[in-house]
Write a protein that binds this ligand. Structure first.
Ligand SMILES: O=C(O)c1ccc([N+](=O)[O-])cc1C(=O)O
Length: 468
C-alpha cells in the first residue's frame, strides 16, 4: 500500500516484538510503510510529550540530531553519552555549544582499542519512559540508505510512590530487563547517568519481554563474567533458551557490518568460544564441540564486494564496513562461512547493512529459536574473550542489544516462524531483516574489505573505490 502509515499504525503492526528497520530513501514506498521508522518518527510528539532524553552513541552530529527532534522538544534537556577523547571530544563539544539544553557524558574507555559503540535512546515523557535500542549512528548518512535495526520498548508507566520499595528493584519483568539496564548504566560510574538510573527505577518495566544483552569494558570475573558479552548469551540460553533436543542440528546465523581479528583458526575464538555461547541451550552446556562445527552450523552474513558496489550508496557504503585487509588475510577460514547480504522481502537488498543481528535457525531456515539485534559486530572487542583459563571475560567496548526468546511472547512458545504465511498463534511470525534461505558466497565472491582499491568495475554511481 502506498499510503503513508501513521506512526500509531506502525507501532500497532510492530507489536509485540517492536523490532523495526529504519526507512530507506529510494526504495518503493510499501517497504518504508511496513515495520519501518525514521528518527523523526521516534522523536515525534506522537510517541509522547518529551520531558528530557539521553542519546547514547558512537557518532553524534549534534546540529543534525537537534533537527530530528520536533521544534517543541528542542529545548528539553538532552544528555549526549559518547566515547570521544582529545580532538574528537573538542569537535563534539563545538557541535553542542549553541544548545544550552545539552549536557555531555564521556564514557570512560579503560581498555585500549575500545569504543563507546552502544546506540540507545532514553526518552522520558510526561506520561512514562521509553527505551530505544538500535544500530544507527546519529549522523544523516546512517538514516539515509542503509539497513538499520530499531527496538522500541513499550511505554513504561511511572510507578506510584506506594509501589516503590526502598531496596531492590520493583516493577521489573521476568526477563530482568530493568535490573540489567540499571546495572549497565551503573557501570559508567557517571553522575549524569545517576539521574537516568533514578528515572528508570521510578518506572514500571513489567511489560519488557526482551533480554538485555550488553557489553561494558573491563576484565569481568566471578558472577560478573556472565553478565556481559557472549557469556550473558550463554547464561540466558543455558537457563531460559530452547531445549537442546529441540534445536539439535540448528544453525547459528550471525549478521554484522564489521569484523575484528578472530585468531589464527576457527577452533580458537570463533567456534571454540563465541559459537559455544550462541549454541547454548537448556539441558546441555553447548550443542557442538568446536571440532564438529561445519559450515552448516555457522552461517555468517557479511556484505560482499559486489553487495557494496551495487548498493544504493555504491562503494562509499563501504566506509561504514571497516573490515581491513590485514585481518582478512589472517583469517581466510572465516570466509568459508560467509553469505551475501540479501533482503528482497524488505526491499533492502541494495540498502547496505549497518544493522547487526544474530539468530538460531532451523535446518530449513524457516524457523528461529531466538533472535538478537545489537550494536555488537563480530569481534572480541565487542563480545569479549575469555582469559585466565576461562575465569575472566575481557571486553574492550560498550555494546547494547536485545534478545527475543519465543516463550516470553507466546506461552510455551518454542520457535518463531520466519515465513509470514506459515506462522501460527503458537509460532508467531518474526520480521527478520534478511532473506531466508541464506545465499552463500560464490567462488568468485569476496568479502568487502575497506582499505584496498576497486577499479575493475564502477559502482552504482559510476565511481571506483580508491581508499585514503
Ligand atoms: O558505526 C559504528 O558505530 C562503528 C564504529 C566503529 C566500528 N569499528 O571500529 O569496527 C564499527 C562500527 C559499526 O557499527 O559497524
Amino acid at each position: 500500500e502506498d499510503h503513508q502509515a501513521t506512526f500509531q499504525e506502525v507501532m500497532k503492526e510492530a507489536s509485540p516484538f517492536n523490532f523495526l528497520l529504519t526507512k530507506v530513501t529510494g526504495i518503493p514506498a510499501e517497504f518504508n510503510n511496513k515495520l519501518s521508522v525514521h528518527i523523526k518518527d521516534i522523536l515525534s510528539v506522537e510517541m509522547g510529550e518529551l520531558v528530557e532524553s539521553a542519546q547514547f552513541n558512537f557518532m553524534h552530529d549534534i546540529p543534525w540530531l537537534m533537527e530530528q527532534y520536533p521544534a517543541e522538544h528542542r529545548s528539553k534537556p538532552l544528555l549526549i553519552v559518547h566515547g570521544e577523547e582529545r580532538q574528537g571530544k573538542v569537535t563534539l563539544h563545538e557541535g553542542a555549544q549553541n544548545f544550552p539544553n545539552i549536557t555531555m557524558c564521556q564514557a570512560k574507555l579503560d581498555m585500549i582499542y575500545g569504543t563507546h559503540h552502544s546506540k540507545m535512546m532514553l526518552l522520558l515523557y510526561t506520561n512514562g519512559l521509553r527505551v530505544v535500542i538500535h544500530t544507527a549512528n546519529l549522523i544523516e548518512q546512517d538514516w539515509y540508505q542503509k539497513t538499520q535495526g530499531v527496538w522500541i520498548s513499550p511505554l513504561f508507566p511511572k510507578l506510584d510512590k506506594s509501589q516503590m520499595s526502598s531496596d531492590g528493584i520493583t516493577g521489573d519483568s521476568i526477563t530482568h530487563f530493568k535490573k540489567d539496564l540499571v546495572e549497565y548504566l551503573t557501570m559508567y560510574k557517571s553522575f549524569s547517568l545517576l539521574r537516568w538510573k533514578q528515572h528508570i527505577l521510578q518506572h514500571d518495566f513489567t511489560s519488557a519481554k526482551v533480554f538485555l544483552v550488553a557489553s561494558v569494558p573491563g576484565r569481568h570475573t566471578g558472577e560478573s563474567k556472565n553478565k556481559w558479552g557472549h557469556m550473558k548469551v550463554r547464561k540466558v540460553l543455558g537457563k531460559q533458551g530452547p531445549q537442546a533436543s529441540f534445536v539439535k542440528n540448528w544453525s547459528v546465523a550471525g549478521q554484522f557490518s564489521s569484523v575484528g581479528s578472530l585468531g589464527a583458526d576457527q577452533s580458537k575464538y570463533l567456534c571454540g568460544e563465541w559459537l559455544q555461547s550462541m549454541l547454548s541451550a537448556k539441558g546441555v552446556g553447548t550443542l557442538y564441540a568446536a571440532k564438529d562445527v561445519t559450515i552448516k552450523t555457522l552461517k555468517l552474513i557479511f556484505p560482499s564486494k559486489e553487495n557494496v558496489r551495487t548498493s544504493l550508496e555504491g562503494y562509499p557504503a563501504g566506509a561504514s564496513i571497516p573490515y581491513n585487509i590485514q585481518n582478512a588475510r589472517k583469517q581466510q577460514y572465516f570466509h568459508a562461512f560467509l553469505h551475501k547480504w540479501k533482503a528482497d522481502k524488505r526491499g533492502r537488498s541494495r540498502a547496505s547493512p549497518h544493522i547487526k543481528t544474530y539468530a538460531l535457525l532451523s535446518p530449513d531456515s524457516k524457523n528461529a529459536a531466538w533472535f538478537m539485534v545489537t550494536s555488537a559486530n563480530m569481534s572480541k572487542a565487542a563480545w569479549g574473550t575469555l582469559e585466565k583459563n576461562g575465569n575472566q571475560l575481557m571486553i574492550r567496548s560498550y555494546e547494547i542489544g536485545v534478545m527475543f526468546l519465543p516463550e516470553y511472547f507466546v506461552d510455551g512458545g518454542e520457535q518463531f516462524s520466519l515465513v509470514e504465511d506459515q506462522s501460527t498463534e503458537a509460532t508467531p511470525y518474526f520480521p527478520i531483516p534478511w532473506d531466508v534461505p541464506l545465499e552463500p558466497y560464490t567462488k568468485a565472491d569476496r568479502p568487502w574489505v575497506w582499505d584496498i582499491p576497486y577499479t575493475d568495475k564502477p559502482d552504482s554511481h559510476g565511481n571506483a573505490w580508491i581508499p585514503g
